[in-house]
Design a protein around this ligand. Sequence first.
Ligand code: ASC
Length: 147
Amino acid sequence: MKKLAFATLAGSLLLGTLNAQAADVDNAIEHRQGVFSAMKWYFGPMGAMIKGDMPYDQAEFTRRAEQLAKLAPMAEEGFVEGSAEGTEALPAIWEDMDTFSGGFDKLESTTAALVEASMSGDMAQIKPAFGDVAKTCKGCHDNFRED
Ligand code: ASC
């Protein structure tokens, strides 16, 4: 009887640990998806301004670029081990973390460059800097996101 009680206790402790781990994974997924969603919020209208679908406003464009640059380093930590399932994240992320992480470095540098370019108010500088950010997003999606 004592043995059974012990096994039950051990079992429920293990379950408790597993549940806590599952909650950690869920929180990590929620975190990174929230960051990507915020990035889209700032990035989308910038594209519309460049395309002329929305009036270009230098201050507003710059504000959006700055918010994007702040968000750039935030998503990566949400890619915790075992958090691919049920998401579009491909296992390749965890098989090649160096390349994946390099993508986030590039996201930081291209968004910082976009902030600089946006301050010039010069479309000849803004357009290519915006393109570099978009290419960085796409580069990672091509390799590491299910489509
Ligand atoms: C977005 C969005 C993406 C990127 C990507 C850029 O607004 O939702 O996934 O930009 O399309 O290439």
